[in-house]
Design a protein around this ligand. Structure first.
Ligand code: ARG
Length: 507
């Protein structure tokens, strides 16, 4: 048998004669079974990741073959019983083979005899492996998406405790404008919410069955593609058989969704590393690490590793797309190298997401240190310019006055002293005192970081009331995503049960 042919009864016969004569149990003809490239050709070890997937795919395919009368029910029962056996023995006990598909088929033939070879009727390893990859990856994407929802819940929970906790906000790593811990954390909820959406989107496109495409060109057998899709919990089929067997864009999409999430996480991790360095936040011991030599150290290692995962994830996404680039239709063996890394990175990114959620949920924000730093670097300057502009001055003139004052204002100036410097600057720039536009008290009051935050109550802004309005909206969209994920989970579990019950009825 080669996969250059769709699986046919004739193939099965060929397998069967291999299985009973000559090489004993090997599915492949001797001509292709050895040689110096054997190891290089084999994906059997890496295929441990799709061992369970392949068993499910074999079961669904066999059940469908029996239902369509392509394989006798009694033979189907024997094949399905053998698959249970193979599963119980585990991936490590599989006979040698070029890949898990071949090894499982060999193991089935070992148990059932030549009729075991009927399992590969009306399919090829090409549609089989594509189904296995999709079956496995959808689980990885679902788990990653679930982790994003948990992270969003943690962000919102901590945010709701800190709507009034004023902190410095930075641009270019320099103090820019005061904000609040709540507003800062919700900014990441927004990013991670889009990551959830990207993962769910990718999930929908991954969750389509390619089974029945055979090598790429369909099969003469009267199969039911929708039935195997249903038994495996897929949301539908990839209809065009060449597209189904050969396309792997879903791997690029899954890897990219993971890399984008990892990139979001890396920013959050970097911020928290910087904030803990400044003493604004303290990680729980459970999310910190110590030094083997320097006893005083408490290092944010979990966050550094989280930041690091983004590098691997971007590499994986780039590597996947590079591997796929320029591949002709239909199947090429390059594809064997395309998926294992994507499963792995999806797992790593999920883990990083879970760790980030734990770190956020357990970290302690130092409100006094944050309040002290919130006004540093004349961070309320924009508020003063806004006040002057609201008093009727062109904003550009106000900007110039405050920029002039900024050269004189010091961190330890009292509001009165700072306001006096703004007044002086106004006289210098316009020839008029501040009082021509605003009262001195109003200027003094916007120089307070808390008042500055409270004044910025535009929609989505950091003022505590604006954040309070936003919180229920954010909570509702988290619940919506949580429900969508639960629906997907339930769908998979229900399909699993149906498949189990069908298998039971034959064994
Ligand atoms: N192990 C192979 C893979 O992962 C299975 C498909 C083999 N098909 C073939 N035509 N050689 O891609």
């Amino acid at each position: 048998m080669t996969d250059d042919d769709p699986g046919t009864a004739a193939d099965a016969g060929e397998n069967a004669s291999d299985a009973t004569g000559g090489s004993g149990t090997a599915v492949r003809r001797d001509r292709f079974s050895g040689g110096p490239a054997r190891e290089f050709l084999s994906s059997l070890a890496a295929d441990a990741a799709i061992f369970e997937a392949d068993l499910a795919v074999d079961r669904a395919h066999t059940v469908m073959l029996a239902e369509r009368g392509i394989v006798d029910s009694a033979v189907a029962g024997e094949i399905l019983g053998a698959l249970d056996d193979v599963e119980a023995a585990g991936h490590g006990e599989l006979p040698d083979g070029e890949d898990v598909h071949e090894a499982i088929e060999t193991a089935v033939i070992d148990r059932v005899g030549p009729d075991g070879g009927r399992m590969h009727t009306a399919r090829s390893r090409n549609d089989e492996v594509a189904a296995c990859i999709r079956y496995r990856l959808r689980e990885d994407l679902l788990a990653a998406a679930e982790a994003t929802v948990a992270l969003r819940e943690a962000l919102v929970e901590v945010a709701s405790e800190h709507t009034e906790t004023v902190m410095p906000g930075y641009t270019h790593l320099q103090p820019a404008q005061p904000t609040t811990v709540a507003h800062y954390l919700l900014s990441y909820e927004g990013g991670v919410a889009r990551d959830t959406a990207r993962l769910l989107d990718a999930y929908d496109r991954v969750n389509r069955s390619p089974l029945g495409a055979a090598a790429f060109a369909g099969t003469p057998f009267d199969i039911d593609r929708d039935r195997t899709a249903e038994l495996l919990g897929f949301g539908g089929t990839v209809r065009n058989s060449t597209d189904a067997a050969s396309s792997r864009d879903f791997l690029g999409e899954g890897a990219t969704a993971c890399a984008t999430l990892a990139t979001t996480l890396s920013g959050l991790a970097e911020d928290l590393i910087l904030f803990s360095n400044k003493g604004f936040v303290e990680l729980s011991d459970a999310y910190a690490s110590t030094s083997s030599i320097m006893p005083q150290k408490k290092n944010p290692d979990t966050l550094e590793l989280t930041r690091g995962v983004a590098g691997d994830a971007i590499g994986e996404a780039t590597g996947t797309l590079s591997l796929l680039k320029g591949l002709p239709r239909a199947y090429n063996r390059d594809l064997q190298r395309a998926h294992a890394g994507v499963f792995e990175i999806a797992g790593d990114v999920r883990e990083a997401t879970e760790v980030a959620a734990g770190a956020v949920a357990t970290a302690d924000w130092d409100e006094a240190a944050l309040a002290d730093a919130a006004g540093e670097g004349f961070s309320t300057a924009t508020g003063v310019a806004d006040l002057l502009a609201m008093g009727g001055m062109p904003f550009r003139t106000a900007h110039e006055i405050v920029a002039t004052a900024a050269e004189a204002v010091a961190d330890d100036d009292s509001p009165e002293a700072a306001a006096a410097k703004v007044d002086e600057a106004a006289r210098k720039v316009t020839g008029e005192p501040l009082s021509a536009y605003v009262s001195r008290e109003d200027v003094e009051s916007v120089l307070d970081p808390g008042a500055s935050v409270a004044s910025r109550d535009s929609a989505g802004g950091p003022a505590p009331e604006a954040v309070a309005e936003e919180l229920p909206v954010v909570e509702a969209r988290i619940e919506e995503d949580d429900a969508a994920l639960a629906t997907a989970r339930d769908g998979l579990a229900a399909a699993d049960e149906t498949l189990d019950a069908e298998v039971e009825s034959y064994v």
